[in-house]
Design a protein around this ligand. Structure first.
Ligand code: BGC
Length: 768
């Protein structure tokens, strides 16, 4: 009785305390932990899908089931189900309040539950929210301001939906264009991942990571680690990554996110070096916790503890799988359905000494700390009325700005763009009338297919073309269309194909919108990187009409276009530009927007040539003739960092404050360059600084991006760009996976793409 009174007093103290400092939080967490039974602790570690607690076939809670989950099994967290669709903030508020009420009134310790959502490019699951372009398009802006803005607005609208935790950002390196989730990340370059990842996290969590704010959410960096490079190119299949390679390319964005204070991490569902990451103590505990210093909460991906047994056959027993995963370092288990089995298994494992209680305490400490930092003990529920800016014009403008800066002009033969308004245009291709193709997966629903039901949220390209050029100037003949209501992304059919060819004769220009339909994860697996046959055929047939052709690409990954790219007049890459995509694409076509996006990946020309820009010298195309010159074939369709503008820029007057430094020098290296807009209209240029290590004990990359800056220049205007670096920017992981700087010769390369280097500055690191 006395003990209960003390507990009540202590818990009620939370209600009156405001933002809490770390040591206060630690004390409170330890106190709650000391009151918890083993069963309550194990319950906290479980995250289940709402499907298990809903009435059959409805979105209403089944009160019996949710009570059982929370009161009997003490579950700590909930998430959606793959078939979930966006709901209004009011829906979310009521729905989560009902769940929270049970946790707060019916349980002994009144620990709030935490709901997590994948709001990965704006409010995926919040109806009417502000949707942004996907991360790959954000990276194409080369302007990190947009990542920060997206984070801030998404955090606001997610909390407005009563949800405090977002499974974003994706920090997986987009090295493999075959991978179905390449668009969810920031592209192929580690440094871009570092810069954009940090900004997105700070947007979600705030500059000081004070997620007790009602306008911030906890971010979840994912999927640690090595998820995006399976050998097969297919989702959740084995990858082979040597430790030095892992550290050099894959870890930096996660390390920067940890340094930026990210609160949670989700683990790679796949297998690295023949060991599922969920079972890998060395990765989860040695690397993530000890070496990288991650102090937040580790959550599994979907059903991944069970997969150690059912998919990976690491063991034949699901109980053993639980033991392996928890002992490896997992805190919270996304165990969507079979949570009762997990609960019994983990309790018995602890009782029989196979999982130490200290490991359970450690996991629960991370979970309670997260909930406390999010202020869920004090304010477990939010109210949409406190979020007047939800879906505001200002938010929508921010999304448009990001989209407009992402669109990347890849080709503009004879400067046929921008188009005059009084021209006749045939609009063709399956993406011209698709909404889901613009927004991609994780838009309204997991595979994004339900976006078609929201015409008011997301106009199509042909709709905006008609508005802009006038109905009478636009003929729309798809030629090829996507099958409606099909989840699989590449189901297409010929739709009035011949009419499209015929219509071409009546127009001045053809705008053909091709690419991919929406997808993510397994349904997006691919067997052929070429753009689908029907779309390729359509473009080839349209070329034969002899009309001027502008190809608008709208795709989650660079599908190969070398079967027609040299024969069309212009190519615009729009990636997955989001709900404002159609407007931004048309604004680039008309010249209202001067394009300034740059490719955040290498656009391959052939499916057997998939190396990134920072490949090795052995991959370079050598000029020496002869059969035995062992040349590589690096010769992509478009280079990393490339993108055209309607104006031109000139680089001049480079300077550097040191041409050499001693190995142990801590001095700044300062490099400046002048950039002038030599065209007749205002434009934005991305000034890119690469380094090149000429010789090293691990074969060096030909170049690596070290800094970049996007600047706006009026016609005739010159600006000086200054880059600050130090010797750490030349460090790399050696064969023993130690980070080292080696003495020797280097070059700093400045240019407007990885392949358009305007200035080379030699540099030396000396021993003594
Ligand atoms: C995905 C994660 C996602 C999770 C929860 C998984 O299938 O791999 O990225 O956060 O589902 O929806």
């Amino acid at each position: 009785m006395k003990k209960n009174l003390l507990l009540c007093l202590f818990l009620s103290f939370f209600i009156f305390s405001k933002a809490q400092n770390n040591s206060v939080i630690t004390d409170k967490v330890n106190f709650i932990l000391s009151q918890m039974t083993l069963e309550e602790k194990v319950g906290q570690m479980m995250q289940i899908t709402i499907e298990t607690v809903l009435q059959d076939g409805s979105t209403n809670l089944d009160i019996k089931k949710i009570n059982a989950a929370i009161v009997e099994y003490h579950i700590g967290s909930l998430l959606n189900v793959p078939s979930s669709t966006a709901q209004t903030p009011e829906f979310w508020t009521n729905f989560i309040n009902k769940i929270q009420n049970i946790a707060l009134t019916e349980t002994r310790l009144k620990i709030p539950v935490i709901y997590g959502l994948d709001q990965i490019h704006g409010g995926t699951y919040t109806a009417g929210s502000t949707l942004f372009p996907q991360q790959i398009a954000l990276a194409a802006t080369w302007n990190p301001v947009h990542a920060r803005k997206m984070g801030e607005i998404t955090a606001y609208e997610t909390r407005a939906s009563n949800v405090p935790w977002n499974f974003s950002p994706v920090l997986d390196l987009g090295l493999d264009p075959r991978f179905s989730r390449q668009y969810e990340g920031f592209g192929e370059d580690p440094y871009i991942g570092v810069v954009f990842g940090k900004e997105l996290i700070k947007g979600y969590e705030g500059e000081d990571n004070d997620v007790s704010s009602p306008f911030k959410v906890a971010a979840c960096m994912k999927h640690f680690i090595g998820y995006s490079v399976p050998t097969s190119g297919k989702d959740r299949t084995p990858a082979y990554i040597p430790r030095n390679v892992l550290m050099e390319y894959h870890v930096p964005a996660f390390k920067a996110a940890i340094d930026a204070g990210v609160h949670t991490v989700m683990i790679n569902s796949g297998i690295v070096n023949e060991m599922p990451v969920h079972a890998n103590y060395d990765i989860l505990t040695n690397l993530l916790r000890k070496e990288l210093g991650f102090k937040g909460m580790i959550v599994t991906d979907w059903e991944d503890i069970d997969k150690l047994c059912t998919r990976d056959r690491l063991t034949s027993s699901s109980r053993e799988a639980v033991k392996i995963g928890i002992n490896a370092g997992i805190d919270m288990v996304m165990i969507p359905y079979k949570y009762k089995e997990f609960y019994n298994d983990l309790i018995s494992l602890v009782k029989e000494g196979e999982v130490p209680l200290s490991r359970i305490d450690d996991a629960v400490r991370h979970i309670l700390t997260l909930k406390m930092k999010l202020n869920l003990f004090d304010v477990p529920k939010t109210n949409i009325k406190d979020y007047p800016a939800f879906a505001s014009k200002e938010f929508s403008k921010a999304s448009y700005n990001a989209t407009a800066e992402a669109i990347t002009l890849l080709k503009n033969r004879g400067a046929i763009l921008p188009l005059q308004k009084a021209v006749k245009i045939l609009v063709a291709g399956p993406n011209a009338s698709s909404r889901r193709a613009l927004t991609g997966g994780w838009s309204v629903s997991w595979q994004g297919e339900k976006m078609e039901n929201y015409p008011e949220r997301c106009p199509t390209i042909v709709e905006i073309m008609r508005q802009t050029f006038g109905d009478k100037n636009i003929i729309y003949e798809p030629g090829v269309s996507y099958k409606a209501d099909v989840i699989k992304y590449d189901s297409e059919y010929k739709d009035r194909f011949q009419q499209a060819i015929k219509a071409a004769k009546k127009v001045d220009y053809i705008v053909v919108c091709v690419g991919e339909n929406s997808y993510t994860e397994k349904p997006g697996d691919l067997s052929d990187l070429y753009l689908n046959d029907l779309q390729t055929e359509l473009v080839q047939e349209l070329i034969k009409t002899g009309k001027k052709i502008i190809v608008v690409l709208n795709e989650g990954r660079p599908r190969i276009i070398s079967r027609f790219s040299s024969k069309v007049d212009a190519i615009i890459q729009s990636y997955l530009p989001g709900v404002q995509g159609a407007q931004a694409i048309v604004d680039v076509l008309t010249g209202k927007v001067n394009p300034s996006g740059k490719l955040p990946y290498t656009y391959p020309a052939y499916p057997n040539s998939l190396v990134p820009y920072f490949h090795k010298y052995a991959d370079e195309q050598k000029k020496t003739p002869g059969l035995y010159n062992y040349e590589g074939d690096y010769n992509p369709e478009y280079h990393f960092g490339y993108g055209l503008s309607y104006t031109t820029f000139e680089y001049s007057a480079p300077s550097i404050n040191h041409v050499s430094l001693l190995l142990d020098s801590k001095e700044d290296i300062e490099i400046t360059v002048n950039v002038r807009n030599t065209g007749i209209r205002e434009g934005k240029e991305v000034v890119q600084l690469y380094s090149s290590d000429l010789y090293a004990s691990v074969i060096p990359d030909v170049k690596r991006l070290r800094r970049f800056e996007k600047i706006t220049l009026k016609s005739g205007e010159t600006k000086t760009v200054t880059f600050k670096l130090n010797l750490n920017d030349l460090a790399f992981y050696n064969f023993d996976s130690q980070k080292v700087i080696e003495p020797g010769d280097f070059e700093w390369l400045i240019g407007s793409s990885s392949n358009d280097i305007k200035i080379k500055l030699p540099f030396k690191v000396t021993k003594k």
